[in-house]
Design a protein around this ligand. Structure first.
Ligand SMILES: NC(=O)c1ccc[n+]([C@@H]2O[C@H](COP(=O)([O-])OP(=O)(O)OC[C@H]3O[C@@H](n4cnc5c(N)ncnc54)[C@H](OP(=O)(O)O)[C@@H]3O)[C@@H](O)[C@H]2O)c1
Length: 348
């Protein structure tokens, strides 16, 4: 028995990864529907060893599917997710549209799986921001062992976090700078090739950006509202993989060795931490992988109970598509959803 699944945003970076990961994790799918904007009607996307044609969101009948993986941005989600939820299917939403809604659970399955009990309130489950997802996977096991009281996080976010247009802009600017062509920024506020941009999203009155606020709001909802968190989000010229320099203060002493041992046993975490060049992870190493990698675990000598660490993950996988598919697995395993269709076969 399998599910009837629709992916909205199937032509995008995250949508394509969702198709890959559903197949990789052998999620039971009876029917797969690729949905995107009208301009992509008929465009083919890969699903396993075959291709399926995209359908126009305006013409798609969502009442005939069980699960909708929504990955087409906040505006599309605000327009469609509640309507779809009311029509029956459960929506797993990748955008920020519903993350703060008290009737919508915001879930990272390694961290707060019990929140799935609220999935039926609106038939919407929210997937967190890519930087939050990898952060809370690393923080949760440490927080269970010694309460984290304060976190200072600086992100190094890849251009794929801004969608396929972000990747195109880095590629085109890099070529233009080498070839003396036009490197004028279009999507990013400043040149991204051979540069770093210390702001992501839009500025708020307090000087932070909405991307930074998402990280503390979401960490509070998923993990613990009492953790004080300050964040600087930075865009870097990396195609895939977000990195984070994280400094933590605890309510009791915790040594780097104890932290390493805790993290080695934690779900979803891979510790690669030796003082040698194969002993730490970069975004290039993490790209295409499922794990949240933790390296450079060391004592912060400037506070009483402090640790610093380096956290890296594939933003299109754990930061988006993998987490969404894990939520679908959780819905299935907890019996929150049941397949509506017959034996497993894939329609193309
Ligand atoms: N990239 C990340 O690291 C990441 C992480 C977490 C969450 N997210 C979220 O995931 C979502 C998608 O991100 P992405 O990186 O995949 O973006 P993307 O590569 O730019 O793809 C956007 C997708 O949305 C579709 N779309 C746009 N307007 C639409 C409309 N009016 N109706 C139907 N479909 C429409 C596009 O279809 P067309 O090709 O037809 O335009 C495309 O399939 C966003 O909400 C983003 O915030 C991304």
């Amino acid at each position: 028995m399998g599910y009837k699944v629709a992916i909205v945003g199937a032509t995008g970076n995250v949508g394509r990864e969702m198709l890959n990961i559903l197949e990789e994790l052998e999620f039971p799918v009876d029917e797969m529907h690729a949905v995107a904007s009208r301009k992509s009607r008929g465009v083919e996307v890969a699903w396993g060893d075959r291709t399926i044609k995209c359908q126009d969101i305006e013409a798609f009948d969502f009442s005939k599917v069980d699960i909708v993986l929504m990955s087409a941005g906040g505006d599309v989600s605000r327009q469609w997710s509640e309507k779809i939820g009311k029509a029956g299917p459960i929506v797993i939403d990748n955008s920020s549209a519903f993350r703060k809604d008290p009737d919508v659970p915001l879930i990272v399955p390694e961290v707060n799986p019990d929140a799935i009990k609220d999935a039926r309130k609106k038939n919407i489950v929210a997937n967190p921001n890519c930087s939050t997802a990898q952060l809370v996977v690393a923080l949760k096991p440490l927080h269970d062992a010694a309460k984290i009281t304060r976190a200072v996080v600086s992100t190094y976010q890849s251009v794929s976090g801004a969608g396929k247009e972000g990747m195109d802009e880095l590629w085109n600017q890099t070529k233009a700078i080498y070839g003396l062509g036009d490197a004028t920024p279009k999507l990013f506020p400043k040149q991204i090739a051979f540069n770093v941009i210390p702001m992501i999203g839009s500025f708020r009155d307090d000087g932070y950006t909405d991307e930074e606020a998402k990280m503390w709001d979401e960490t509070h909802k998923i993990l613990d509202p009492d953790i004080r968190l300050t964040v600087t989000c930075v865009r870097v010229p990396v195609f895939v993989g977000h990195s984070e320099a994280v400094t933590l203060e605890f309510d009791r002493p915790i040594s780097p060795d104890e932290a390493r041992a805790i993290l080695r046993d934690a779900p979803g975490v891979m510790v690669i931490d030796k003082q040698e060049h194969d002993g730490y992870i970069t975004p290039v190493d993490a790209s295409g992988e499922h794990a949240v990698y933790v390296s450079r675990i060391r004592k912060d000598h400037t506070v009483e109970n402090g640790l610093s660490l380096w956290v890296v993950s594939d933003n299109l996988r754990k930061g988006a598509a993998l987490n969404a598919v894990q939520i679908a697995q959780l819905l299935d395993e907890t019996g929150t959803i049941k397949p509506s269709s017959g034996y497993r076969s894939i329609t193309v």
